[in-house]
Design a binder for this molecule. Structure first.
Ligand code: HEM
Length: 469
């Protein structure tokens, strides 16, 4: 046998703990910390309480996830679904998805398409060609309701995400210039400064809970900056984000968060209408839709989507990437030694952790991917399954920072392809560059637990890292 390839890492390297192991470890940590609490006072006690909250949230999620019955109305197999294509897959609450979602998807590759009875029933396409084809045919695969289960129950659709062309086009035109390469370049200095300030603060500590200390505040501070808000508003957005997007089992909490965010945005829009500034809301106020001035509630809707689309995703991308790098010193070494590799490392880390799971609704009866689809059927377009297709990527299971022509679909495809991809890439490359300049070596803290959530956006709940300061 030759020398092991330093790039080699099969999908099993992405493994996490089993749900039971995670729950058990978190329970032990919670018990130990609760025991210490009485002896603490002042800021130390506050810090311990904050950590306790995080641990309890992670434990509850790990423990409750796979057994949650909420969306579990299992329908009869419809007549047009062949019996051999029925498979009990649950990419939201399935224990396999809470342990290693990428490995769970890989298990599905032995067929071109599956039908799961979960969440009211949905098709899962497994081949890159079919998934890309579905993204590119909005007339057959409507975005009217993009999540499985459907997103936060809202009366109104999210613009432009839940609109099909031609209605989609008018709103897409409004937001596209705000996140085009030129607009992102204009924000590079602010992105660098925000990231540098966080890394400067964290580096001397020798440890971090990567999400709470970096992966959440970084994109959130950029977002508040883009909205023209002071940086001390960022924690409020982090809290709303967690309440809205990480409470899939608690519709009331999600609804409450939706109302709070909308109330906040409404006031912000009124304030900017009265006194415009150099920010996204003021730019939106000056724009037109179909030749008429845009209205306040349309701007509110667009900002709400930017909030949903632009924060959690970057946090997830950072968490998956840094988890991988913490576990793979040889990959980390490559970018420390040669920072010019970072842009292609960003693409490869996005490819292997393609974590967004959009869905579509079939608009008419049609044959697709070798099966008969019926109007109203729901279809999952998992971006991770594109990355795992050997017909799409040579050596698809190997993480290669020097991979050429990396045509992953982490940002989707077709008319809804991510409008924020330039911003996301800039944030990710900046984080990798500035972090590794100051913290080149780090690992997951021994004895600490990493847990995750599945669903529309696969992400980590916590990632405790340590290094020598
Ligand atoms: C690594 C981070 C990100 C990933 C992986 C990601 C991924 C995606 C994907 C897969 C879609 C397509 C959804 C669908 O087809 O239903 C999408 C749409 C979108 N994303 Fe991102 N995104 C990221 C960051 C961002 C950021 C930072 C913004 C903020 C500006 C953003 C704004 C949007 C918008 C506005 C849409 C809807 C576009 C449309 O419907 O035309 N995203 N994103």
């Amino acid at each position: 046998m030759g020398k092991p390839d330093p790039n080699a890492s099969d999908w099993s390297d992405l493994d996490l703990l089993t749900v039971d192991e995670a729950t058990e470890r978190l329970d032990a940590e919670i018990a130990a910390l609760t025991g210490e609490l009485d002896a603490l006072a002042g800021p130390e006690r506050d810090a311990a309480n904050r950590r306790l909250d995080l641990l309890v949230t992670a434990r509850d999620r790990a423990a409750a996830g796979p057994r949650r019955p909420l969306y579990d109305a299992t329908p009869e197999r419809p007549a047009h679904v062949p019996a051999e294509l029925v498979r009990d897959v649950d990419h939201v609450f399935g224990p396999d998805f809470l342990v290693d979602p990428f490995a769970a998807y890989r298990e599905l590759r032995d067929r071109r398409v599956w039908w799961s009875p979960r969440h009211g029933g949905y098709w899962i396409l497994t081949r890159a060609e079919d998934i890309r084809g579905a993204y590119q045919q909005p007339d057959l695969f409507s975005s009217a309701s993009t999540g499985i289960p459907a997103h936060v129950q809202r009366k109104e659709k999210l613009y432009p995400l839940e609109l099909d062309p031609p209605a989609h086009t008018a709103y897409r035109r409004v937001i596209a210039p705000l996140f085009a390469p030129k607009a992102v370049t204009a924000r590079t200095a602010a992105i660098d400064a925000t990231c540098a300030a966080l890394v400067d603060e964290i580096a001397p500590r020798g440890r971090a809970e990567f999400l709470a200390d970096f992966a959440e505040p970084f994109p959130t501070r950029i977002f508040t900056n883009i909205l023209g808000l002071p940086v001390d508003e960022a924690p409020k957005f982090v809290a709303w984000n967690n309440k809205l997007l990480h409470s899939q089992d608690q519709p009331e909490r999600r609804r409450e968060a939706g109302i709070e965010i909308n109330g906040y945005l409404r006031e912000l829009i009124e304030a900017r209408r009265a006194e415009p500034r150099d920010d996204v809301v003021s730019a939106l106020l000056a724009s037109e839709v179909d030749g008429r001035p845009i209205e306040n509630d349309e701007i509110q809707n667009l900002c709400f989507l930017l909030f949903i689309a632009g924060l959690d995703t970057v946090t997830a991308a950072l968490s998956w990437s840094f988890r991988f790098l913490a576990l793979h010193p040889e990959h980390r070494r490559q970018i420390v030694d040669d920072p010019a590799l970072i842009p292609s490392a960003v693409e490869e880390l996005l490819r292997v952790h393609s974590f967004v799971n959009p869905a579509r609704t079939v608009t008419r009866d049609a044959e697709f991917a070798g099966v008969q689809l019926r109007e109203g059927d729901r279809v999952l377009l998992a971006t991770a399954l594109v990355a795992q297709d050997p017909d799409e990527f040579a050596d698809e299971a190997t993480v290669r920072f020097d991979r050429d022509a990396n045509r992953h679909l982490a940002f989707g495809a077709g008319p809804h392809r991510c409008a924020g991809s330039h911003l996301a890439r800039d944030e990710l490359a900046t984080a990798l560059t500035l972090w590794h300049r100051q913290i080149p070596d780090y690992e997951i803290a021994a004895g600490e637990t990493v847990t995750m959530h599945a669903g529309g956006v696969f992400g980590l709940d916590r990632l405790p890292l340590v290094w020598s300061a």
